[in-house]
Design a protein around this ligand. Sequence first.
Ligand code: NDP
Length: 360
Amino acid sequence: MAASSGLVLVTGASGFIASHIVKLLQSQGHKVRGTVRSLANEDKVKPLYSLCSDAKHKLELVEANLNSLESWDAAVKDCEYVIHVASPFPSTSPQDENEIIRPAVEGTTNVFKACAKAKSVKRIVLTSSCAAIAWEQCPGYNERVRTEKDWSDTTKIDAYSKSKTLAERAAWDFIKELPAEEKIELAVINPAFVMGPVLHGSTGTSQEVVKRLLEKAMPAIPKINFPVVDVRDVAIAHVKAMTLPEAAGNRHILATDNMYFSDMAHVLKKEFEPQGYNIPTMVAPYFVLWLSSIFDKTVKMILPQIGLVYKFDNSRMKNVLGIVPHTTTDTLVDMAYTMIERGFVFKTKKYRGPPEQKQG
Ligand code: NDP
């Protein structure tokens, strides 16, 4: 094994979660290299260079694509830790499930192969998901509180959940099969639905709910319940899992509270209605949603979730990783302000901006 470099690779640095991980690592003085699909994509790349203005080490960005094994050797070179976050997270289901399963699974294997080849990597932290723990879309699956011992049944889940389950399984199998003298430690993070402030330069699936509520993109909201966790807590979990001895060889569920979309709507309404936002709080009957799912692919994707409540045991998050979670109110309100400030949601005439102490 090469001498310790301290260098940390974060894959998919331009994403919602990864940008928070990069910022936290830099603020703690780590040397960070991030991967992006294209350095020429200014909208995605530019915000990354200003994540941590007083960083001890300037952020290094390199190009790598999950579909290309060759691109990972240079990305992983000399790294001591690899935080593998990149994976497709679409807000609509693709026609062919392999469009997301292949990059998720082969991409994970490609990154892990490069890690094994590099001989400098001590530990990999993999961003998996609660979708790999339990996300079965049929009644009766939501009675029991799920733990890290549970695995989703790939015959009963959507394409995205399947991509996460199969990718995580591929990661554990890869590590198990490494010869003893080449062992790399693996710690896995399994977040619930991640929300919170936006630092990156685009919006994705996690931002969709808040955007739709603030912009009243639908007159009524589906009766959907999600376990939620704050992106800042997710970043802390990844960084702790990088070095904490007890994290190696384990999965870690990150989930703070279960919330219905209507709970989220009420939190946002309290803060943003006085600022001119017209937030829907009426719950839509099933047949209305079914109708709109014919035209709206996002609604189509969430339709099977109606009536399901997934409950997860967050003891490892609190007791092993030592996370004291943000309140869901702070998570949602901070998220909404950053989305308005960054221009992802329109500003109303009455908009007065985030409270003084929350700016910056
Ligand atoms: P984002 O969509 O914001 O980030 C996904 C990242 O993956 C982006 O940087 C994207 O690059 C990159 N990526 C996708 N496909 C490829 C590819 N073929 N090659 C290289 N990079 C690729 O999503 P999140 O930050 O929310 O999600 C990050 C991770 O967390 C994913 O693994 C997701 O499954 C997992 N997760 C997310 C949850 C959530 O609620 N947000 C919950 C649980 C797990 P680009 O910027 O170029 O598109």
